[in-house]
Design a protein around this ligand. Structure first.
Ligand SMILES: Nc1nc2c(ncn2[C@@H]2O[C@H](COP(=O)(O)OP(=O)(O)OP(=O)(O)O)[C@@H](O)[C@H]2O)c(=O)[nH]1
Ligand SMILES: [Mg+2]
Length: 206
């Protein structure tokens, strides 16, 4: 599933199935051929979007978590593969974008929190931090959210970031990819590139 990776620095998009990773990828790259879909589990292998003349790419990784019609074992395998991909390529990963559904994320996290269970989103967020990969949470589908500030504060709380969310603008990026509204993500990625003295990459996020 993960062969043929171009040898380049990259920004990876990770997250549960159906949160809008491929839609964000399309908005970031302006590339209309990226496959998106209403059905979870549309992306089955990494999509690399690279530029011929540049040593840089965006990578859209397969989603995991619930997918109708996909067996649990297969879902676990996808997650294992995604985790391994990130571990193997950590040195080349300039930023990890954890994509969540702004309307559903907090409820899903709460439903899966327990003594023996860490929710996927929380686990991934901590995993990226542990690998020292600069991490941005793209809180997508904000067009469906009415109580914006409350939702974003609750999400920060679940991720171990002290509310109010406005303190975390380099980490928390509320967007609506379907509407092409990804300004907050562009800004957060730009800040990450600048922090890493990689202003040469700012052109990819503006
Ligand atoms: N309302 C709303 N829907 C969105 C937004 N972004 C994506 N969607 C919809 O969410 C669904 C899933 O989008 P994808 O981009 O295919 O999601 P994905 O995370 O790549 O899914 P997998 O490949 O299964 O992991 C599609 O029906 C999109 O149109 C958004 O900002 N707002
Ligand atoms: Mg996809």
């Amino acid at each position: 599933m993960f062969e043929d990776r171009p040898d380049r620095e990259e920004v990876v998009l990770v997250g549960r199935s159906n949160v809008g990773k491929s839609t964000i990828m399309r908005a970031l790259t302006g590339h209309s051929k990226i496959t998106t879909g209403r059905k979870p589990g549309v992306t089955r292998s990494p999509n690399h979007f690279d530029w011929v003349a540049e040593k840089f790419m965006f990578t859209d990784l397969p989603g995991f978590g619930f997918m109708s019609g996909v067996e649990k074992q297969r879902r676990e395998q996808i997650k294992t593969d995604v985790v391994r991909y990130i571990e193997d390529n950590a040195d080349d990963i300039l930023a990890g974008v954890l994509v969540v559904d702004g309307k559903a994320a907090v409820d899903i996290i709460d439903r899966h929190s327990g003594p023996d269970e860490v929710p996927h989103d929380v686990e991934l967020f901590e995993f990226l931090w542990d690998l020292d990969i600069p991490t941005i949470v793209a809180v997508n589908k904000m067009d469906k959210v009415d109580d914006r500030d409350d939702r974003l504060d609750a999400l920060c709380d679940r991720l171990g970031l002290y509310p109010p969310w406005q303190q975390w603008r380099e980490t928390i990026a509320p967007i609506s990819a379907k509407r092409g509204d990804i300004g907050a993500l562009d800004e957060a990625l730009g800040a990450t590139f600048t922090d890493q003295k990689r202003d040469d990459l700012l052109k990819f996020v503006s």
